[in-house]
Design a protein around this ligand. Sequence first.
Ligand SMILES: NC(=O)c1ccc[n+]([C@@H]2O[C@H](COP(=O)([O-])OP(=O)(O)OC[C@H]3O[C@@H](n4cnc5c(N)ncnc54)[C@H](OP(=O)(O)O)[C@@H]3O)[C@@H](O)[C@H]2O)c1
Length: 258
Amino acid sequence: MTDQLIANATRDAASEATTPLPRPTVRLASFPRGGVAAVFGASGGIGSALSSALTDSRQFDAVLSLSRSTIPGFELTDEDSIARATEQIAGAGEVRLVIIATGMLHQGDRLPEKSWRELDADHLARVFAINATGPALLMKHLLPRLPRTGKSMLAALSARVGSIGDNRLGGWYGYRASKTALNQLVHCAAIELARRAPEAICVSLHPGTVATKLSAPFASASGVAPAEAARHLLGVIDRLAPQDSGGFYDWRGTPVPW
Ligand SMILES: NC(=O)c1ccc[n+]([C@@H]2O[C@H](COP(=O)([O-])OP(=O)(O)OC[C@H]3O[C@@H](n4cnc5c(N)ncnc54)[C@H](OP(=O)(O)O)[C@@H]3O)[C@@H](O)[C@H]2O)c1
């Protein structure tokens, strides 16, 4: 089954290899050479670009790209599927880097709330399940797999709009609050992780505004291409050190206020 994951990554890399322009490569040399990098949400705009860039880096023996449609796959609301996927990843080698690139801003006709009048219990529960609870379960199963020595990292894609200190516009209640919750979950986990693996890092990252399915309904969101966002994020991931663990950083590596 893990072979299937590696095959997915290799197929992606092969199709990218036909692109005429060479892509600038992020080296990720701060990580020990070898081991496994895994991207959860590799079917998404940013997740798929991250998988390709990780493959290009050649820093890891395997880059595993997981989504709801890979085999094995995972569904954020199904902990058993997360546990199974984690087993497969750990079976492929030392888990050096995990990126959680899943997320939900809108679903079907439902756009983010502009006013408290639009608050809806079912929608809030759904957006929290996808943006906070699901990533928390991924951390529960993956953080104990990070090696006790040498640099390793779990990075969860959050969003600047989850910052309370930076919130001057209001609106987007569910998305904002679920990303705020994600940041707290990441911060808690980082404290626990440091006791077990002092060189391991657990952070939230804001990717910037990126042109993907998630940002598409918002005309004002003219974002960068996913490949550019992936390069920025991997540059930050390469530069982060254990003393940065527990923090919330943007695509430049600048801390975002809580
Ligand atoms: N794009 C931006 O401008 C922007 C800005 C700030 C933060 N972010 C954050 O960056 C992350 C990636 O966003 P994106 O723009 O790449 O979004 P995207 O293209 O819409 O990708 C979302 C990913 O989440 C996965 N996902 C959603 N629900 C899931 C579930 N129940 N179980 C498993 N996987 C699920 C999707 O899988 P399927 O393909 O199976 O649906 C897809 O892989 C998100 O956390 C987002 O909040 C994005």
